[in-house]
Structure formats: C-alpha cells, structure tokens
Write a new protein. Structure first.
Length: 298
C-alpha cells in the first residue's frame, strides 16, 4: 500500500502537471518536443497480460496529437521488481499513444536515486535507462518570487534540501516554500506546510523558528504586501479593541489559514492570552506541525 509520503509527492504532480516536463527540461536537461497541452492520463498500463502494470502517474504532452508520454514514478526505497516493470510501462504506453515515452523516477533519497539510475539489461544487447531525479538534482528555490510562481517546485525543493548540512540554506528554502504556500487554498496550503516541516532537520526547524517575521525583509512585492496587509489588519483591530485583542484576532486568522477553522474554545483562549504569549505563538506558528503545538501553553 502506498505510504502517505508517496501519495503526497504524487499530489505535487497532480496539482501542477507542468512540474514533470519542467523537471525533465531544467533539472535533467532533456529536450522536449513542442506542445500546447498537458493531460493526465490513465495509469493502467496493462496490455492483455496476466500481470497488472499500474504506474504512479501518466501524462501526455500534446500538440494536437500526443508528442510525448511521461510516466512519473515516486520511489521511496529500493524494490527490485520495479526494474522489471518499468520497461513494460514504457513499452505499453508507447504502444497506446504511438509516440515517444520516457519514465521519470523521483526519489527523496540519494541512495535510491543511484539504484534506480542503473540501466536495465533487457537481453540481446538491449538496455533500458530511466530518468532519475534525486535530491541533488532538484533545484534549490530560495527566492520567494520564484517560489510563488511555482509552489509545487518550491515544496519539492524544501523536501529535497531540508536536511542539508547548510542549515542557513535549508531554512531559506523552507521559508520561501512556506510563503508561497500561504497564498494557496486552505487544504493545499496545509498539505504543503506539513510536507515542508516534516522534511526539515531539527536544526533547520529551530533556525526557522528563530526567524523573526517582524524583522525579516521579504524579497518579493507579493510577500511584502501580504505581510503589510496582516500588520495593517492587526493595527486596525488593535485600535478598535486594544493591542492585545488585535494581535489575538490576527493570530486566529493565521491559525485558521494554517490548520483550518478554530473552535470557540480555542478562540476564547487566544482572546485571554497576553501579548507575550501571542508573540511566542507567532514564533511557533511557522514550524508547528499541529494546532496544539502552535498554541503551546496558551
């Protein structure tokens, strides 16, 4: 049964089908044919054989007719039967689409990437070679503007580099991905935040937690505007109901965006919190995995 991480990685490609050809072109330096449409196709690649062949994801690039089939496989560990199935995936999809086909293996582990990249000997001098993208091949997205333009790639970047030895770089990548995720719809934003945080090392999580949103200089006009809007709302609410209640209202808004609708009991706890508690909550919010972790002692 596919794991939660496996399905979450596939969701990045479902949410942005252009991510697959983008990675092929920019990360793996593959020349792609001209196309005007990307279509997610059936992942059933069985062709009247007794063995079922089902890939993780199949998509077509089309210029009227199909010009390239792309099979996306998320691989979290070494699994030798896959090396027998992958050539069948490609052959069956090629027969179905009647155009060239490639197989893209995406993995968050370098050891799995090295295993998957080995050519498969088909016999009689014939070989099959998958295209493999491990953590080292995934771009490092540290710029907020770039992350906002391509949030799925930004999240994939955070997942690939969240445990790098360079803590400062990992933190910048994670922060850019988080800021890009803030602008998305609630369910998608919540999923991406979880993927980012679960991919960070403890050192990177601590570094992200110490990043002061009040003094951080946002690089993009979009994020500066988003932050300024939040500050303005907080100030306006502060003038109407006092500084503490204004901060509590802003905290409730941010918690709702991150974790979904809040209960009346939690809103009451926020309303009763003092300014120091609300400031501490703001520091926890970017790295908290659960609502209770964000609330802390409030």
């Amino acid at each position: 049964m596919p794991s939660q991480l496996h399905e979450a990685l596939l969701q990045l490609f479902r949410n942005r089908p252009a991510l697959a050809p983008e990675l092929l072109r920019e990360a793996l330096r593959q020349e792609l044919p001209d196309y005007t449409e990307i279509r997610i196709d059936s992942a059933d690649l069985t062709q009247a054989q007794p063995t079922e062949h089902r890939a993780d994801m199949v998509m077509q690039l089309l210029e009227g007719a199909p010009v390239l089939g792309i099979i996306v496989e998320v691989q979290l560990s070494r699994f030798e039967p896959k090396r027998y199935a992958w050539p069948a995936y490609v052959a069956n999809l090629r027969a179905r689409l009647k155009c060239p086909v490639c197989l893209l293996v995406v993995t968050p582990r370098e050891s799995v990437a090295r295993w998957a990249a080995k050519r498969v000997h088909l016999g009689a001098g014939n070989w099959f070679a998958p295209l493999v993208l491990g953590p080292s091949g995934i771009p490092e997205i540290t710029d907020e503007e770039h992350a906002r333009e391509d949030p799925e790639l930004a999240v994939l970047s955070a997942m690939a580099h969240g445990r790098d030895a360079d803590i400062e770089k990992s933190t910048r990548i994670a922060h850019a991905a988080q800021m890009a995720s803030l602008a998305l719809e609630e369910d998608r934003s919540r999923l991406y935040f979880d993927l980012i945080l679960n991919s960070l090392s403890e050192a990177a999580r601590r570094a992200l937690q110490t990043m002061d949103p009040a003094t951080y200089e946002y690089q993009s006009e979009f994020c500066r505007g988003l932050f300024a809007q939040g500050v303005a709302q907080g100030m306006e609410q502060g003038r109407e109901s006092g500084e503490r209640s204004g901060r509590a209202a802003f905290a409730a808004r941010q918690l709702t965006l991150r974790f979904g609708p809040l209960s009346a009991e939690i809103r009451n706890r926020l309303a009763a919190a003092d300014i120091d508690q609300l400031d501490a909550l703001a520091e926890r919010l970017l790295v908290a995995r659960t609502l209770q972790e964000a609330l802390g002692p409030i």
